[in-house]
Design a protein around this ligand. Sequence first.
Ligand SMILES: *Cc1c(COP(=O)(O)O)cnc(C)c1O
Length: 391
Amino acid sequence: MSLVKRLGMRALPYGANYLDWADMTELKDAIDQGILFRYQTETESFATRLERHVSRRFEVRNSLGLHNCSEALRLAIISTSPRVGDLVFIPAVTFVAVAGAVLACGLIPVLVDVDENLSLDASLLPNEAERVIVAHMEGTIAPLPSGVRWVIEDAAQAMGGRFPTGEAVGTKGYAGVFSFHHAKVLTSGEGGLLITQDDEAWARMRKYHDHGSSRVPGAYPQWDADAYYGENLVTSEAIAAIQLQQFRHLDAVLTGLEQHYAFAVGEQPVRDGIRFIPRAAGDVKISVRYEFEDPEMRDKAVRALTAEDIPSWTLNKYFLPDHPVVRDRRSIYADGFPWNLAAGAGHVSADDFQTTRARLDRLLCLPLSPELPREEQAAAVSRFRRVIESV
Ligand SMILES: *Cc1c(COP(=O)(O)O)cnc(C)c1O
């Protein structure tokens, strides 16, 4: 039995519930083959097998294993051949990795207000926006802006989600990126994945991720006449093997989340001042969201839940306008690069993020646990309901 199960932890990470030697055939085979470098294996590498699996599962032309999702974001951004100081529009509510990836490419993150689902409000984007990162936070599938040349979908928290039109999350933008960090839907501790329908973009990304080379497996990297510099972002066979194992459990995770969510739908709190926010059919149901009429009542609910040992979370930690790196334009470079190129770049908000902040202050999330037996899922939602109805 895995450590997570023994400790009785019931929120994320979901994939960690399946870490079990009895189910690690690929990892054992990877060790047995004695080669953990993907471009030196004698038969098809586990990394290639993983990418084929992902391409088939998500119906996407190209997929690339990477070390983490932050790196995948950086690779997606850099592959658009930007000029230093170019603007990249990002949601005002997301993990700071999004801003960090933009800055690490020498570009300027411009924060954009979010809508009532906490997704980037595409209707606010200026016409000249060329690069936009949309984040599908907590599995909520965000609408993509139209008419923007490069839309990158950050699906770090939304593995397995679908758009209302049926396409897999990550497949409708220029590129989609996923995370296998410990606290995501599937996990290999650290791990990232990039998918794209754009063959030319993929060729650029693949080169950049392997020192700018067009490597033939088994050979030393080769540099074309039109080569540019790159980095080493090549994934490892051991990690790819674990990710293949994790993918075997994705459907079980998604189904378990749907089931727990259905219990929550049937147990909506009956009380003035609290609203259950329904989720779309294609969302990955990481949590159930409740909107409180006022922040004090929300904070009281958090305290009451904590006192009863009932897990819950808020999303205030994702409010980027208050993050020191963005607010104070911090940089590790002595000259403040790339913020020193940001003259004139501001943010996109009607009211200096007051509405966005107010949304976060009134929101409370109940985490869902796909691996719990039905009775325990049902008991968890009624316990939660009882406490928030009583505050
Ligand atoms: C976790 C996360 C990332 C970064 O993923 P890593 O694999 O940890 O680098 C990026 N964006 C969002 C929205 C995330 O939640």
